[in-house]
Write a protein that binds this ligand. Sequence first.
Ligand code: ADP
Ligand code: MG
Length: 685
Amino acid sequence: MDLNEDVKYVKGVGPNRVQLLNKIGIFTLKDLITYYPREYEDRSKIKNICECQNGEDTVIEAVAVSRLANTRIGKGKTIQKLQVRDETGLATITWFNQPFLNTKFYVGKKYRFYGRINEQFGRVEMVSPVFDDIRETNNTGKIIPIYPLTFKLTQNILRKIIENGLEIVKENGGLKETIPSYILNKYDLVEINKATNSIHFPQNNEDFKNARKRLVFEELLSTQLALLQLKNNNINDKKGIQFNKNVKMSDVINTLPFKLTKAQLKVLEEIDDNMESNKTMNRLLQGDVGSGKTVVAMIAAYKAVKSGYQVAILAPTAILATQHLTNFKNTLDKFGIRTELLISGITKKNKEQILQKLADGEIDIIIGTHALLEENVIFKNLGLVVTDEQHRFGVKQRMTIVEKGQNPDELVMSATPIPRSLALILYGDLDISIIDELPPNRKTVETYAVTGKMDERINNFIRAQVKEGRQAYIVCPLVEESEEVDADLKAVKTLYETCKNETFPEFRVEYIHGKMKPKEKDDIMFRFKNHEIDILISTTVIEVGVDVPNASVMVIEDSQRFGLAQLHQLRGRVGRGEYKSYCILKYKGKGQNTKERMKVMCETNDGFVISQKDLELRGSGDFFGTMQHGIPEFKIANLFTDIDVLKLVQGVAISVVDKDPKLEKEENKLLKELVKDKFTDRIEI
Ligand code: ADP
Ligand code: MG
């Protein structure tokens, strides 16, 4: 049996459903059976009608004592009522606009209903429940998994499809074990088939816990082993470049218009040491938004170039690459360093020239986007690779660029800092430097979370700021659960029309969107930077790195939909100059979690605190946020709640690799497979 078989071969999956499944990332049978529930509803325990409490979700088992009564209640609307009883009392079951249910119920027959109880003065009602014939357990009578879902795919449908997927697996002899038995036994882990079945359809809490424990263990173990392998590769097999000791970083530092912070200097020292040593540098540079990572990269680049090597700077967006180009040129042109840009937007001719010059060694620093990863990009002697905003790139992409040189040093920069303890575990393959201090005179961005009818006041505030000469960003909601491919674009355009024509007709309003051509995007950002635009309506394309010091207001619509780390990034777009800046988080929903998240944003500007809280408050199965951390996305493990397992597993991984560095022993054959799997798909971020 091939777990990579297309999900379309699973019973119940037609062409339409294939598309819906693809949308939630399910392409293969393996994706399907590892699409884990977000939570569970215990519909196995049946309550007596007389014990039902107002507001609770519960199962009752009762006999129909009437036919389904169908009543019109206004235009096109109907209400259905069914009277039922058990030994302890009577209840009314109510549905709306479902007259077709009348074929489902027979007087005198017993059914199970699951839904919310509405109890008043001893009268028990259940509204719009799901139900089963007493002989069935489709919707009730067991613990029901609840999956993270999107548009049009219902819980019932997905549950059935997953059931069918598991059935196929079983018919074909089951899943192959992935963890060697010596580890399964030692840590008391259930075998893979039991775990997989029970995570979807647990018999009871115990069963669920055992299943989860094993799957979390497996997921973390494979990540840890993969990271250790990476690290070993780096240390053992590679002799790195020794950059010239006589090239002094201080030569650049002395020309800067500002004094570097202590933290920046410390980090530069670590980098300098690495660069001068004969080992390859693999260093992660963490620092909050605005902590000044770019200048650190520039100084390292100077050292590499003046030692006779080329440097590649990999940035996630054309806007950011272009901005880096300006900054690098400002700082390094005076040293005779030749810096160029390579993004997909440039003309063919221009591109050919750049590629030629790069191969001939006539370019010292090349700054670019994914375009740098292409095969035809060849360096004469690449000595240093810098990856900015590393969470936008996968390990594979990093490797692709690194392999264009001979063991070049590598500096990986991340603006979404995570606690050091976690970073040490998660980035096992990298050394870590942290800039834990912002340049002086940075003002904190005053943040407000607002809900309800505040639009007028907010708009007045924006107006006042723009009149004073400032600029504003309005970030649009992510559009989820939509069938329309360009829903995000549409949302931005709609808001843009309203702002331009109705709300702010007196100002210069523009919009920017990720699907625009790089050239168009650059053009808009350039005009915004030049203050030819007052208000920029945007999707999250502006999220990383863009620097417009005159912008002082950041309004984020539907902020409840963003992860905290991402909100923090967005907020980091303002407060970059001398002006007092504001971030207004508009949000909907009264959930405790939403409120708490908003509170965190208002109370702190510290990226480390925020990322910690983000981990803490994020439920598993939450699709926003994870990507923003740049930590590998986990299907089941939760880095906050599973930190103990993570530590345990790290110990296991280390001891395995100590005894068998390349996982060549027979007993570790399975682990080798597990790691291979990690490299081919999941470690990709
Ligand atoms: P990030 O770490 O978010 O990438 P940047 O490198 O873009 O931050 O730096 C943000 C801004 O702060 C830039 O305009 C940069 O020139 C400036 N900057 C960097 N270091 C310092 C410093 N030590 N003192 C004052 N300004 C600084
Ligand atoms: Mg940056």
